[in-house]
Structure formats: C-alpha cells, structure tokens
Design a protein around this ligand. Structure first.
Ligand SMILES: Nc1nc2c(ncn2[C@@H]2O[C@H](COP(=O)(O)OP(=O)(O)OP(=O)(O)O)[C@@H](O)[C@H]2O)c(=O)[nH]1
Ligand SMILES: [Mg+2]
Length: 307
C-alpha cells in the first residue's frame, strides 16, 4: 500500500515494490473482517475522491484501507485539484484512490485558477497514464447543500469527467444518528433538487473512538457500507480516459467558467503557465492553449458548454 503525491512523471508512473504492497491486516481498533490482501492480478480501479478541505477525505482513505495510511488533519497544500495517490488492496480488489482537494468557494480567483492548472495537469497526466477514471467519490459532511457543493459536483463530474463517470456520494459526520442511513431518507430529495445525481451513497462516520462501543460499531458498519459501495459501483464500469492534451484542454476550458468573465486568461497566459509550472514543451503548451481558445476539445466528446 503506497502513498504518492501526484507530482512528477516518475512518481506517477511508478508503483511500490511488491514487498511494500502486501499488508498485514488490521490495526488495533479496526474492523477485522476485511483483511487487506495482496492481489497482484486484479485490474486496478482508479477512483478520484474529492471534496472540500476537512470533510474527511483522508479519514475515508483510512477507513477503506482498514489502517492509517493517510494523514488526518488540515492539509498544508489546500490548492484545488492537488492530489495524493494511494494504492489500496482490499477484499481481492486493487484500488488506486486519488485524494483530491476540491473548491473551497463556489467560484475561483485567477491565482487559484493558475495554481489549479498545475495540479490538474499532474492529476490528468497520472490518470491518463494509468487507464483513466472508473469512479468519482464525492465526500461531504452530512449537512446543508451549499453553492460550493454544487460547484464541486460540476467541477469533477461535468468538467473533468464529461458526465461519463459514475459518481457516488459519501456523507461523513453521521455518528450521532441512531441509524446513519436515516440521514439519507431525510435529505436525498433535497440533494437531487440541487441537481446532484449519484449511482450510490454511503452515510458514515469516519472517526474512530476505541473507548466508545457505539462508535466502534458504527465505524465498522461504515467500512462495510463503504466497501460494498465501491464494489457495487465499479463492478461493471469501463474507465473514462482521454489523452492528456485533450483532457487538460477540455478541463481548463470548462473550469474557466468558474472565473469572472473579464478575468478569463489569454492563450499566452496558458502557454506561460503550462511551460513554466507544468514543464510542458512549448509546442505542446501552445497546442493546449489553441484548443482552449477554440473551445473544441475532442471530436468524440461534446463541445464544452459556452462560458
Ligand atoms: N465527527 C467526525 N469527525 C470526522 C469524521 N471524519 C473526519 N473527521 C474529522 O475531521 C477532521 C478532518 O478530517 P480529514 O480526514 O483530515 O479531512 P480531509 O478532507 O482529508 O481534510 P484535508 O486533507 O485538509 O482536505 C479530522 O479531525 C477528523 O478526525 C466523521 O465522520 N465524524
Ligand atoms: Mg486529507
């Protein structure tokens, strides 16, 4: 099981040595029925887990893995689209989960957009090199649906995945519910009213408290729910994949709709950022910039919506 920041091509394409992949089961206080295993032959399923800072993404990674592999706390790098990659083998399945920071506000500033270009390039390159996206996991705190939640849904489901990838919702922080699933019955109509549609959901707690038997039981139940969700949502799916250039251009073209119109970058701004911060060759950077300018991204995918 490995953690890799999605930063350099070397890091992205490399996998951990086999010796470090195998895991030895669960740690103290963790559920015991889902032993993590070495599953060298299973095809890897790429999952992009996203959500606002602090909603519990890293805790969810640990819940899936059955042990602590991700650092729980506010991340230093809270830049939108910043991503850390974890390889998790559990119940005979091989998941690569990209823990990805979403938006903190419904819209973006131009500096945030430029920072996000670099991060998005790293993420997209890693995904296109490793077979694309099988599933989106949208992590939220069980609570109000805000404009930021809606923007994050669009950013990942529509802008990054062209509405072609199944999305499942995870609601954390539900340990106070007697039955965590009750939260969904009370709130699902509201969620759908905001245009958020999903293939499945999990109402969970991702926080551990070994001293509280009720919390231990709920944590264990949450893991069951989450693993069943992953299995159910990925069993028949083919990944969505594009080549890096078209994928990046499609995403950046769409993402600029989150900027005020008068702050939309010019082609030379894209070229500069892609060369300087993403280490792209000038020709490749100009190709991406030209695609963004034309708003034509890939003949096989619909044109990006007008911004
Ligand atoms: N009560 C409660 N707290 C939770 C739950 N899940 C996570 N937390 C807490 O929320 C805080 C943030 O959790 P993280 O898992 O680090 O959240 P994150 O989304 O990875 O945060 P960033 O990496 O900063 O984006 C920690 O203090 C967790 O213990 C939950 O289900 N219930
Ligand atoms: Mg985190």
């Amino acid at each position: 099981m490995t953690k890799e920041e999605v930063k350099s091509p070397e890091l992205q394409s490399s996998n951990a040595p086999a010796s470090s992949r195998s895991t030895t089961g669960n740690q103290q206080g963790q559920p015991s029925q889902h032993q993590t295993t070495t599953a060298e032959t299973a095809p890897t399923i790429n999952i992009v887990l996203f959500g606002e800072t602090g909603v519990g993404k890293s805790s969810v990674i640990n819940l899936i893995a059955g042990k602590t592999i991700a650092k729980v706390s506010a991340d230093v790098d809270g830049c939108t689209m910043a991503s850390t990659k974890y390889d998790i083998r559990v119940n005979g399945a091989s998941y690569t989960v990209y823990d990805t920071v979403g938006l903190e506000e419904p819209q973006m500033g131009v500096n945030g957009y430029f920072d996000a270009i670099e991060k998005a390039h790293n993420l997209i390159r890693s995904l296109s090199e490793t077979g694309g996206i099988h599933l989106l996991l949208f992590c939220m705190r069980g609570g109000r649906i805000t404009a930021t939640v809606q923007s994050n849904y669009r950013l990942f489901h529509e802008f990054l995945c062209n509405k072609q990838v199944s999305i499942a919702l995870i609601f954390t922080g539900l340990e106070r519910e007697q039955k965590m699933e009750d939260w969904w019955y009370r709130n699902h109509k509201n969620i759908e009213k905001y245009g958020i549609h999903s293939r499945g959901h999990a109402c969970i707690t991702a926080v551990q408290d070994p001293d509280d038997p009720d919390q231990v039981a709920k944590y264990e139940e949450s893991r069951e729910t989450l693993l069943a969700l992953l299995q159910g949502c990925t069993k028949d799916g083919t990944p969505m994949v594009m080549d890096t250039t078209n994928w990046l251009a499609m995403f950046l073209w769409r993402m600029k709709s989150l900027l005020p119109k008068k702050r939309h970058p010019k082609p030379k701004d894209y070229t500069r950022i892609l060369i300087k911060r993403c280490n792209m060759e000038p020709e490749a950077a100009e190709r991406v910039a030209a695609l963004i300018k034309r708003g034509v991204v890939d003949q096989k995918t619909p044109h990006p919506p007008n911004s």
